[in-house]
Design a protein. Structure first.
Length: 156
């Protein structure tokens, strides 16, 4: 059985992160986006399977909430529960830091991510019109929020 671990992202992880990012997104973050996030002190972590980097999560604290800026699993490791694990880890981390909730944006067309957030108890709180670049024109963003109460972040 593969052993997984989660550790802070380093600048020298960025080339591997970009390789994953470029394969799974039509409009990926650039290396500069990751480096700037690291230097700005955002919360970036890598998910490793047997020491191989297969996912990552980027969070940013804004006052008493955390914004989920990026959560990704490499194309060949998707659908095995790792994204859910990484999200639950992020939720627990935010709760332990005493934060009140997690906010995120997702494309309406991203059915897998929407199902993941829905299962984890995120609620729709708004829509940002024409937020994302798209193949034709732009796509709205759904704004989702999950309040962090007491207890564990296990799926309902
Ligand atoms: C979204 C992402 C992080 C989810 O990680 P994952 O490891 O693939 O997902 P998991 O195996 O942990 O599954 C989590 C949930 O997603 C949903 N899901 C997973 N695969 C699915 C599929 N093929 N179809 C529909 N829903 C699916 C399910 O609700 C699942 O929960 P369940 O197993 O309790 O039913 C990953 O697919 C990814 O990196 N996608 C591309 C990048 C991206 O879209 N990131 C999010 C941007 S907002």
């Amino acid at each position: 059985m593969a052993l997984f671990s989660i550790r802070p992202m380093r600048e020298d992880d960025v080339p591997q992160v970009i390789e994953i990012e470029n394969r799974i997104y039509e409009f990926p973050w650039s290396a500069r986006n990751f480096l700037d996030s690291l230097r700005a002190g955002y919360d970036l972590h890598c998910f490793l399977l047997d020491d191989i980097l297969v996912g990552y999560i980027v969070m940013m604290q804004v006052v008493d909430e955390v914004h989920l800026l990026n959560i990704s699993v490499s194309a060949d490791q998707q659908g095995k529960g790792y994204g859910k694990h990484l999200l639950q880890w992020g939720l627990s981390r935010a709760r332990m830091a005493g934060l009140e909730g997690m906010l995120l944006e997702v494309r309406p067309s991203n059915t897998v991510a929407k199902a993941l957030y829905d299962n984890q108890g995120f609620k729709l709180i708004g829509v940002r019109k024409n937020y994302y670049p798209a193949r034709v024109g732009r796509e709205d963003a759904l704004v989702l929020f999950k309040r962090l109460g007491q207890g564990l972040d296990i799926a309902a």
